[in-house]
Design a protein around this ligand. Structure first.
Ligand SMILES: [Fe+2]
Ligand SMILES: [Fe+2]
Length: 360
């Protein structure tokens, strides 16, 4: 009884995120109570498949929102991605990392929107509810020249960025799935709150302050995309329908392609100290093999069990609690600073439902 009530509440919170709020009775919570949920809850999808796809749809909408903000200021605004008018000084600072960065930002933004749109359309085609976060587009965005003045889902101006992926992919023995922790590439980014876009035109000077903001973006790009690569690898292990597996195995590696590009570009971020904030980007060429910028191919490392030979892999990829882990990772990053309690409750409910999914 108590469990049923809890699952009812969970469904209520989740319905805030669903278009039309037409959630079947106990749709999500119920699957946690059944030892063997029926294999075709909607179309050919199990309830678990639906829950995983719904969580991924939400994650992709959030990714699309953050990439759209980067594109408005530092990407290419065109018919495909029309928002914003660009910020010349910020775009120039980003281009220090690679002159093609505006194109890459544009295409990454385009990819994320395509992921969100596809997953939502697929859910609908299979009789399941798509995810719509529009009511949460309330977070203030950049006031700098080039940005649209609209509410956002995500906040790119108070980030605390975990850059341990840099050393994790360069380590030949450690793996977070085996309990290992690895050092930060940019320790200053892992503490405090840092803008990755200019908050206003006041952030466009002095020059090294703006470059520090562009460098922050450079590392944030990689942080987001390596997380996406791990998320798909982790959740794919618990889907049931082969076509849903195909979706996860086809989208996930594009996140890894993004990551590969971004970690290459992050390595070009010039070492410097922001004269305004003291934020320091170290010289990664001076720190040994765990930090060396040109080691962008995933170093073979321990996988599953240390008794096996080292293997070049996505890491982490453990499936248990992966969705909630991703939600916590993004929350701890400050990406949702300014969001409403309903938003956090809704994301948590979607993550818990995805983590309750079991492969049938
Ligand atoms: Fe994506
Ligand atoms: Fe992505």
């Amino acid at each position: 009884m108590e469990q049923a009530e809890q699952s009812g509440r969970r469904t209520d919170r989740r319905s805030f995120l669903l278009k039309g709020a037409a959630v079947g009775a106990g749709a999500i919570g119920a699957s946690r109570l059944l030892s063997a949920p029926r294999a075709s809850a909607s179309g050919g999808l199990t309830k678990g498949d639906v829950a995983i796809l719904q969580f991924l749809a939400a994650a992709e909408l959030l990714e699309a929102d953050l990439w759209e903000q980067y594109n408005e200021l530092g990407g290419i605004q065109d018919r495909e991605r029309p928002g914003g008018t660009g910020n010349k000084a910020y775009t120039r600072a980003l281009s220090v990392l690679d002159k093609d960065i505006p194109q890459y930002i544009h295409d990454n933004a385009d990819d994320e929107q395509s992921h969100a749109s596809f997953i939502n359309a697929y859910l609908e085609a299979n009789g399941a509810d798509p995810i719509n976060l529009d009511k949460f587009r309330t977070v203030p965005g950049s006031k700098a020249t080039g940005a649209r003045q609209i509410g956002r889902l995500t906040n790119l101006m108070e980030l605390t960025i975990d850059t341990s992926w840099w050393t994790r992919y360069r380590s030949h023995s450690k793996n977070p799935d085996l309990g290992d922790t690895l050092p930060q590439a940019v320790p200053d980014l892992a503490v405090g709150k840092h803008p990755a876009i200019p908050r206003s035109d006041d952030d466009l000077t002095p020059h090294r302050h703006l470059q520090a903001i562009a460098n922050t973006a450079g590392f944030h790009f990689g942080t987001i995309e390596q997380g996406g690569a791990s998320l798909y690898a982790s959740l794919a292990q618990r889907v049931t329908n082969p076509e849903v597996l195909r979706i996860l195995l086809s989208i996930g590696p594009t996140e890894a392609m993004h990551f590969q590009t971004w970690q290459d570009k992050a390595g070009n971020a010039p070492p410097l100290t922001d004269p305004t904030t003291g934020l320091t980007f170290p010289n990664l060429n001076g720190g040994g093999a765990l930090f060396k910028p040109n080691l962008i191919m995933p170093e073979p490392t321990s996988f599953l069990d240390r008794k096996f030979p080292a293997c070049s892999i996505i890491r982490p990829s453990a499936t248990e609690g992966a969705a909630l882990g991703a939600a916590k990772f993004l929350t701890a990053m400050g990406l949702f600073n300014g969001q409403s309690p309903d938003f956090f409750a809704g994301v948590k409910a979607l993550a818990e439902a995805a983590d309750a999914a079991q492969r049938q």
